[in-house]
Design a protein around this ligand. Structure first.
Ligand SMILES: [Zn+2]
Length: 440
């Protein structure tokens, strides 16, 4: 054969091979509120105390860099809506904005672009699915508070004549099944399965699927019968999106460990570590998936940090992970159960926290619980919750500086195809910009 013909043939072959290469799957996980102190605390929390060395976590394994999080507001501290818009669209905006820029015009998300290109898409979160972070991938609203409008947009904003998201898992029944509109029924009419109990996840066998497993956000991990509910929802999403029947198409899956932030706002360290465990185990699951499906890029980050968590507080050079591990409920639940148990509160305290209180602390709790005004129950629960948190912080040596967010850099984690793209010091908008580059 002529040399030129050979070269031409080789070229044709190589381009046809390149063209046949499947597009990259994208998995994007956001730990809402998961500042650096959270992954640091979790490293201590999950460590095997019987061995001398500190065990590495999946966060350590996948760490590639840091991202700035400031919004377009000149206040340096972002909320989840502005941060989610940055992460979803690559555009900085004002606090409260969902998928709109500072001029309040809609901006395109990586999920929009993926759907336009024919990808399968999924969202699985532990808050209500119309909450700020997932909303910024799907909806456009001047205010994150427009919960019903955002829920409507899951149905109404169609691409190629269909809803944008093929798998929707999380909470939010009260926004999707309403008096004025039953979006769950509308999804069913379009061929979606609809499930309202997380126990039924295993029954879901095909796309498209809508699963709303609670009225609002899901039960906190620490108190849930499904403490690894993000793991469960992610596993099912990956199964559906990568099924043989769906395999001709690549997918984009957006995930959120939503309630790390809520525990941070509540300044509740045990609550936060429960959510961190769900996040970490989800990352381990994704790693196993990518090891079998290498044509996938995974990136994870936080939208901001919450609560000003510090590992150690008040001049104490210690943090007592073992005490945190023994706490079995969130502080409001502990408070409610103490009040319900009345004079028997000590055994409830012992079983839920295992913290040995000093005599004067026991006297304080005893007086409060036995004299509580039952006609003012929410106020009383709030006051006792604050006191419970005081003791938890004291005995674990945990510190907090705010009930809100803080503006420091957050970590970026990546694994899979081209993970080096996310290395170094970047901005939250860069993550979206880099993900757009994967979409072809
Ligand atoms: Zn928050």
């Amino acid at each position: 054969m002529h040399k030129l013909t050979l070269v031409l043939l080789a070229c044709i072959l190589c381009t046809s091979v390149r063209a046949a290469e499947p597009n990259t799957n994208i998995i994007f996980l956001i730990g809402d509120g998961m500042g650096v102190a959270y992954t640091g605390a979790y490293r201590l929390y999950q460590d095997d105390l019987t061995t001398p060395e500190l065990d590495a976590t999946i966060f350590d394994e996948m760490l590639v860099g840091m991202a700035s999080t400031y919004p377009d507001d000149h206040n340096q501290v972002t909320d989840s809506a502005a941060a989610a818009t940055a992460l979803a669209t690559g555009v900085k905006t004002y606090n409260g904005a969902i998928g709109v820029n500072a001029q309040r015009s809609p901006v395109v998300s990586v999920l929009d672009k993926a759907k336009e290109l024919g990808y399968l898409t999924g969202i699985a979160v532990t808050c209500q699915v119309n909450h700020a972070t997932p909303a910024a991938f799907v909806a456009h609203a001047d205010s994150r508070q427009s919960y019903e409008k955002i829920a409507d947009q899951y149905m109404d904003l169609k691409i190629h004549g269909k809803p944008k998201v093929d798998v929707i898992f999380g909470g939010g029944q009260e926004y999707f099944v309403r008096k004025d509109r039953n979006l769950a029924k509308e999804f069913e009419a379009l061929g979606y399965s609809y499930n309202a109990d997380i126990k039924d996840l295993s029954k879901i066998k095909k796309l498209p699927a809508l699963g709303l497993f609670s009225k609002g956000g899901l039960t906190p991990a620490l108190e849930s019968e499904h403490p690894l509910r993000l793991v469960e929802m992610t596993e099912k999403s990956l199964e559906l999106l990568s099924a043989k029947s769906a395999q001709k198409k690549p997918f984009l899956l957006m995930l959120e460990a939503s309630q790390i932030d809520w525990c941070g706002h509540a300044n509740d360290i045990a609550c936060a570590m429960g959510e961190m465990r769900d996040m970490a185990e989800t990352m381990k699951l994704i790693k196993r998936f990518i090891d079998k499906n290498p044509n996938t890029i995974f990136v994870a980050t936080a939208d901001h940090s919450t609560g000003g968590l510090s590992v150690g507080a008040k001049g104490q050079y210690q943090w007592n992970a073992a005490v945190v591990r023994n706490i079995k409920a969130t502080a409001p639940t502990i408070a409610r159960q103490l009040l319900a148990s009345k004079s028997n509160w000590k055994s409830v305290w012992q079983s839920l926290t295992q913290i040995k209180l000093a005599d004067d602390e026991q006297k304080t709790l005893d007086a409060f619980i036995t004299q509580a005004d039952e006609n003012n129950s929410e106020l009383v629960v709030g006051q006792l919750t604050a006191q419970v948190l005081n003791y938890i912080d004291k005995y674990t040596s945990t510190g907090w500086t705010t009930k809100g967010h803080t503006g420091e850099y957050v970590q970026v984690f990546s694994y899979g195809k081209g993970k080096n793209n996310f290395e170094g010091a970047i901005d939250n908008t860069d993550i979206a910009k880099k993900l757009f580059n994967y979409l072809k």
